[in-house]
Design a binder for this molecule. Structure first.
Ligand code: AMP
Ligand code: MG
Length: 409
């Protein structure tokens, strides 16, 4: 039996980052940048006003005070999107608006509310300093700056700055395409009629959703009955994907054909008994392919909770690696048990808990109830997975690490 960490290391050592593609900036949110974003211009491109007011030469106001204001001649105007028709000469001020380029000859701006207009004169009641209310050229970005590095996850601000740099297209890492196969004679896909002893396919849908949460694109390969040839055929449909996932049919039961189907496809199998609960053996295989990388395949257990939890621990980091993300793992917080959190088995438990704010900036964790791997409602209620060593009970008030599965408030 190997540890979760060891299994994850063996998986990640066989997975590399996908190639990249060009997308319009409007579709770049939550993608991973695949090239450096280097500025080819200064931002702002010229000094400009941060206020609506008057652009002037500070030297003209050196002796100004409220009782003896400087008197300047109004000489023109510059709004944003315009440039001054001529330079400012001593004794003048230009009307200027926020974002307007500072006229040649001006070195500062006085806000309009501080100025008194007297006929064709502007009364400036104080001495201005060079640079007052001026946003200098290049104060945000300088030409040549590496503003974003490859591997950067693009949030709203990153998209904004790429636009500010004039980038209408960007190169990003491809999103992994993930084929998902459910197996089992008893599994009927949505829309199908349930015969005796049959249940609806839920794993395909929870796994597709988890794939999306990992910033990848799922493709359903449908449901295969417990027959090796059917399983193999559906895996074959998915050979153009970047990663494959199956659920069920991977234990040692006589109806478990996933491993033999993978064997027929030439997969090199890495099957491990991992020290965790829920989750049976995890089959991880790689199918040699024509491309640079072998195709990774995860054969997950069939129990709905086991499938979801093993996805979180093993498949999600693999997908994040493929997609070029630097953060492969979900965040882990230290919570405190609100009631005993018992893990009676020998294996390390990944127990479903709800989290409640404790009013002091921390979180209290409480089991969602019965932890059997068939109880999907334990996942529905779960904010996270409490990680508890085997044969251990976390006493109320004691700390427990929790893998966050969603935002908690
Ligand atoms: P298995 O791994 O084939 O022994 O399946 C374990 C349990 O998971 C069985 O109770 C199956 O009925 C259930 N199961 C397997 N596949 C699915 C699925 N796609 N949706 C819902 N339950 C499933
Ligand atoms: Mg089965």
């Amino acid at each position: 039996m190997i540890s979760v960490e060891e299994a994850l290391e063996r998986i990640l050592s066989r997975i590399g980052v996908l190639g990249d593609e060009q997308v319009p900036l409007g579709r770049a949110l939550h993608r991973v940048l695949a090239e450096p974003a280097v500025a080819n211009l200064d931002l702002p491109p010229w000094p400009n006003s941060s206020m609506d007011g008057y652009a002037l030469r500070s030297a003209d106001t050196r002796a100004a005070s409220a009782s003896a204001p400087a008197r300047l001649a109004g000489a023109g105007r510059v709004a944003a999107g315009q440039v001054a028709a001529r330079s400012l000469v001593p004794g003048e001020a230009f009307r200027i608006f926020t974002g307007g380029p500072l006229p040649e000859g001006a070195d500062s701006v006085i806000p309009q509310e501080d100025v008194t207009v007297e006929g064709d004169r502007l009364l400036i009641p104080r001495a201005m300093a060079v640079g007052d209310y001026v946003r200098p050229r290049g104060e945000d970005v300088r030409a040549g700056d590496h503003v974003l590095e490859p591997g950067r996850f693009l949030g709203a601000a990153e998209v904004g700055i790429l636009a500010a740099l004039g980038r209408s297209q960007v190169r990003v890492v491809r999103r992994p395409r993930v084929g998902i196969l459910s197996t089992g004679d008893e599994i009927v896909d949505l829309g199908g009629r349930l015969g005796p002893g049959q249940i609806p396919n839920s794993n395909t849908y929870s796994l597709m959703a988890q794939v999306r949460e990992a910033e990848a694109d799922p493709v359903s390969l449908g449901v295969a009955p417990d027959r090796q040839a059917d399983i193999e055929g559906r895996f074959q449909w998915g050979l153009g994907c970047d990663l494959l996932i199956s659920s069920a049919g991977v234990s040692v039961g006589e109806h478990d054909f996933v491993k033999s189907a993978l064997g027929q496809l030439g997969a090199e199998q890495h099957l491990w008994l991992v020290n965790m609960r829920p989750g049976k053996p995890i089959a991880f295989a790689t199918i040699p392919s024509a491309g640079n990388h072998a195709l990774p395949v995860f054969a997950l257990p069939g129990n709905p909770v086991s499938a979801m939890v093993t996805f979180e621990l093993f498949v999600r980091p693999a997908l994040r690696r493929l997609g070029g993300h630097s953060r492969l793992l979900r965040p882990v917080i230290q919570a405190r048990a609100e009631a005993p959190i018992a893990n009676p088995g020998r294996r390390r438990g990944y127990l479903r808990v709800t989290l409640n704010t404790d009013g002091a900036g921390g979180y209290g964790a409480r089991l969602t109830g019965e932890q059997s791997s068939g109880i999907l409602r334990s996942m529905v209620a779960a904010d996270g997975l409490a990680v508890v060593p085997g044969d251990t009970t976390i006493a109320p008030g004691d700390p427990v690490p929790v893998i966050l599965l969603r935002d908690v408030h």
